[in-house]
Design a protein around this ligand. Structure first.
Ligand SMILES: *Cc1c(COP(=O)(O)O)cnc(C)c1O
Length: 223
């Protein structure tokens, strides 16, 4: 597998679709071996995504000195018990999916004076296996978002995952809906949507952050 070539191919594809406001491509390195990460770093990739906090810290904390411009995104669901470890290495978290998690993130970031930007995860495909706010709850939070904003935990945008079926028409519908919610209720919010199977649809539907793992690095191997 050629990490650099895969990354460039995908980046060119999304740039062609969105020559202006080209979405940011996050290289999702979860469950990838150190060797592939090294290859990515040496080819100039600096924006990575990890869903396990501990794994992310093990892989990247020691690289910060070599690569001060590293930007690590946490993309998994935020659990209140792990927020303590999340604060520090990760500049962004994409999986704030409950009011509990949101309140705890704000509280701990403020107390410790550590900055983090967060995305609220929305469950638009309404699959039980997916975490995230249902639309009604999200809208009530967005209405009062200034209450949830803080100097340290900064609201950055909305995140969603396409339906598990991967069915393109349904996927497009979900991404379109998140874009409409953004436009109507939180016009400055950024959108985090699109993975290996649906990043082209996501780029077409206005995503700002695209999270691609296996299409860049190949199959995940670490258990
Ligand atoms: C694993 C993961 C990705 C990347 O998945 P691929 O299908 O390998 O591109 C993106 N977003 C989240 C939230 C993930 O957990």
């Amino acid at each position: 597998m050629l990490v650099k070539e895969n990354y460039q191919t995908i980046f060119e594809q999304i740039k062609k679709l969105r020559p202006e406001n080209t979405p940011k491509l996050i290289a999702v390195s979860k469950k990838q071996p150190q060797l592939k990460i090294k290859e990515a770093l040496e080819s100039g990739i600096r924006v990575f995504g990890e869903n396990q906090i501990k794994e992310g810290i093990e892989k990247f904390q020691s690289q910060i000195l070599n690569y001060p411009d590293l930007e690590i995104h946490h993309i998994g669901p935020v659990q209140t018990g792990t927020i303590r470890k999340l604060l520090g290495l990760f500049a962004f978290t994409h999986g704030v999916g409950s009011e509990n998690a949101l309140n705890e993130l704000i509280k701990q970031a403020n107390n410790r004076k550590v900055k983090i930007k967060y995305f609220l995860q929305v469950n638009l495909s309404l699959e039980d296996t997916k975490s995230g706010f249902e639309k009604e709850t999200l809208l009530s939070i967005l209405k009062n978002i200034s209450k949830y904003d803080s100097e340290f935990a900064e609201f950055h945008g909305l995140m969603t995952m396409g339906p598990s079926s991967g069915e393109p028409k349904l996927t497009r519908q979900v991404f379109k809906e998140l874009n409409q919610i953004r436009n109507n209720f939180s016009p400055l919010a950024k959108l985090s949507m699109g993975m290996s199977g649906d990043y082209l649809i996501a780029a077409e539907e206005g995503s700002d952050y695209i999270r691609v793992g296996s299409a860049i690095f190949g199959e995940r191997i670490i258990q």
